[in-house]
Structures are given as C-alpha cells and as structure tokens.
Design a protein around this ligand. Structure first.
Ligand code: TYM
Length: 393
C-alpha cells in the first residue's frame, strides 16, 4: 500500500482509490470536455459520463479517426476465470467505436500472464481461455477489421516481438512499475503486453492506436510507450483511455474476479441468468437508501454511493433524461431502494440475455475464430518491422 492508502497495479487493486491522486501517480491526463466533444456521435455513455476519465494521447487518435485515416484500438483480456460485467466495459466500447469509425480492433488474450500470476494449472487457464473467447466472440466485432491473438496459440507471431522488446525493460523498471515479480515468466510478461499494444502498427505501419482499459492496466501502457519512444522501430506511442472501475456489489472499489464465490459479495457474471442477477443485486448491492421506507421517503437516498445507480450510470442506462429522473426521484425519496435495484437488475439482465443469445448462436470456437486470426502476411509484416526473419515451422 502506498502513502495514499490505496494501490493500483495490473496485479493488485486495494484500498479506497482516489482517482485524482492516481492520475498524478501515473502521470496521465484528465479527459477534457473538448476531447469528449470530438468523439463521434452518439457518444458512448462511458465517455460522456466520464467513466473513461483519463487519457494519454487521445488527440492523435481522434484526429485520425475523424479524418478517416488509419487508426486502431487494442484492448484485451487475461483469461483467469469467468468474465464479469467489468470485463466487458472496454470490449463493448471498442465495438461501439469500430461501428462508428471503422477502427481496426486488436484483442489479445494473455493466457501466459494469468498462468504466471494466478494459482491455476495450464489446463484450467486453457479452459478459461476457451470460455472467455466465446464471450469475446459474442460481442460481435467486424471480422474484417478485428484480430484476436492468444499468446500461447499465436506464439509464432507474439514471441519474436516480445523478444525484440524485452531488452528495453530492465528489472528495476519492472519493480518500480509492478512491484516484486512472482517468477521469471512474470518479469518477462510486460514485453508481451507491449507487443500487443504495438501489434496493429507492426502489422499495418505507423498510426495512432488507442488502448481503452481499466486504469489498473495503465502501467503496461507506460512501459510500452517508453519502448515505442526509443524510435528504433518507427512507431507511435500508443494512446490510452483509462476508466474508473465498475464497483463491486458491496460498494466502491473494483468489481473483481476474486470476489466470485466468496460469501460476502458475489460478482455478476456474463453467464448469470435473470433470476441470479436479481438475487445478487437484491441481496448484495450496496444501497444509498435509508434504513426504513419512512426515513427514505422523508430524507431520500444518495445515488453517488448506490451500486445499483452506479451500474446504470456507468453502462446500463443509455438514456440521459431517464437517468437524471432516476437520480432526482431517488434523492427526493419517491424512488425506493428496492425499486432502484429492480431497475438495475432488469437492465443488466436484459443486456446479458442478448449477450448470452449471441453466445449460444456461435459455431464451434475454432470455426468462429478462424475469421479473426492474423493472416500469414500480417504475421510476416509484424516480424519484418522488428527485423525478425521468418522461419516457417
Ligand atoms: P483483465 O483480464 O484483468 O481485465 C480485462 C479488462 O477489464 C478491465 N476491468 C474492469 N473495467 C472496469 N471495471 C472493472 N471492475 C474491471 N475489472 C477489470 C481491465 O482494466 C481490463 O481492461 N493484462 C490484461 C489483458 C491484456 C490486455 C492487453 C488489455 C493483455 N493484453 C492489451 C488491454 C490491452 C488483463 O489481465 O486484463
């Protein structure tokens, strides 16, 4: 834990996060009104409501996207367990932007990373990779403009790139950025994530890339930007759009996979059915309401700390007028905590219904993935950029 009383790294999120102080710690910039206005309309609620609240070099990305020039998005997943609502934030955002601007989207799966840092067998990580990939495919990216890369399965392309970048990251940079490594695999991993973030440029040539992520992933972006800045490979530093966390059901703090299964506050999983969502929210969602109905009617509730409201605000209620009305009625006491929970559960369950329906309609994983894999030419192009001579196996 730092002096500020909280820690945020890709491997530990703890304490009460002060998002403003975190920006100082990380050296990222607050997203400005002017930048928000330059996102194409309709702007995603995550942007217009500042859940994505900070950025690095978003201007270059927006300029290219608005001018119809080449631009790309990289966002990914470390498949260590079942996916929860927090994990789909960057993915659905990336899909939204792709539909608006035709962005190239690259989605790496760091199964190696999760094996290094989580206490799971290769077999377990493999099963989670397959399961999570189906959730990713259910999001519905455009196969012509989207590439999915799994570190171990696409090692032929990823490994030489990570090798090229690994010499740029010293052990002391690792320690200063992430803390003590779990093992030597973990020490090497930042070079792999740097390869992910640079991959669109390695394949298609220098251009602005945006990395929408929860702010816990920003250390990887910083390490990668330092590598790109060396100019050995003629690459733009990837930009970033950094989000606050969707709260855990028990209140502010990161919704996290390690919550699932605990008897205090479970997480809402992408596989939860309507009744499960209702039950989890009713039983566990922290309420900003008063302890009795009479008190609530007189004094009203506080949407700012109410998890059901926060979930609607962050992602699940697109209509600003409706959201304002909900906040107003909650504050003045006419909307009760149970009613607000009902609204949130209903919105989340409907979203999950649609997601699960798309997931069920998928063909076999291998068949579906085929359309999203890097072509041989793309693999060779990436290797050429780092000076690796391709040897066919
Ligand atoms: P992972 O699998 O831990 O998380 C995937 C993405 O979900 C975000 N996230 C959240 N966002 C909002 N609220 C939450 N409660 C919440 N919990 C998780 C994470 O910030 C992340 O953006 N190393 C990565 C996977 C990865 C990657 C990449 C990501 C590999 N290469 C390139 C982005 C770009 C990881 O373990 O994410």
């Amino acid at each position: 834990m730092t002096d500020e009383g909280f820690t945020v790294t890709p491997y530990t999120v703890s304490g009460e996060i002060d998002y403003e102080k975190l920006l100082e710690q990380f050296g990222a910039d607050r997203l400005t009104d002017e930048q928000i206005a330059r996102f194409p309309e309709p702007r995603h609620p995550l942007v217009r409501r500042r859940v994505f609240y900070a950025e690095r070099d978003v201007d270059r990305f927006l300029r290219a996207a608005n001018a119809g020039e080449r631009h790309s998005i990289v966002t990914g997943r470390g498949p260590s367990g079942a996916m929860h609502l927090g994990h789909i934030v960057p993915l659905y955002f990336a899909k939204h932007v792709q539909q608006q601007t035709n962005a190239l989207v690259y989605i790496p799966f760091s199964d190696d990373e999760k094996y290094f840092v989580k206490d799971r067998s290769l077999e377990e990580i493999g099963a989670q990779t397959r399961d999570n990939l189906r959730d990713l495919l259910a999001v519905g990216f455009d196969p012509d403009r989207t590439r999915i890369v799994v570190d171990t399965a696409d090692a032929d392309v990823v490994y030489p790139l990570a090798v090229a970048f690994a010499t740029e990251v010293t052990q002391s940079t690792f320690r200063a950025t992430y803390g003590d490594p779990e093992n030597i695999g973990h020490s090497f991993y930042p070079a792999v994530q740097a390869a992910h973030l640079l991959l669109p440029q390695l394949v298609a040539g220098r251009h602005p890339t945006l990395v929408p992520i929860g702010i816990d992933q920003d250390p990887h972006v910083r390490v990668c930007r330092d590598i790109a800045a060396k100019q050995r490979y003629d690459l733009d530093k990837p930009g970033a759009l950094l989000s606050k966390f969707l709260p855990s059901l028990e209140g502010p703090g990161k919704m996290s996979s390690s919550d699932s299964g605990s008897d205090t506050a479970p997480t809402i999983l992408l596989s939860d059915d309507r009744d499960t969502v209702l039950e989890k929210i009713h039983t566990h969602a922290y309420s900003g309401g008063r302890s009795t109905v009479a008190e609530h009617r007189t004094h009203g509730g506080d949407p700012a700390v109410d998890v059901s409201y926060q979930l609607l605000y962050s992602f699940f209620e697109n209509d600003d007028d409706r959201l304002d009305r909900i906040a107003r009625e909650y504050r003045d006491g006419s909307l009760l905590s149970g009613e607000l929970k009902e609204m949130a559960a209903d919105a989340i369950a409907s979203f999950l219904d649609a997601h699960q329906r798309r997931r069920q309609q998928l063909d076999s994983l291998e068949t579906e993935l085929e359309r999203y894999r890097l072509t041989e030419r793309e693999r060779e192009a990436a290797h050429r950029r780092v000076g690796y001579t391709h040897l066919k196996p």
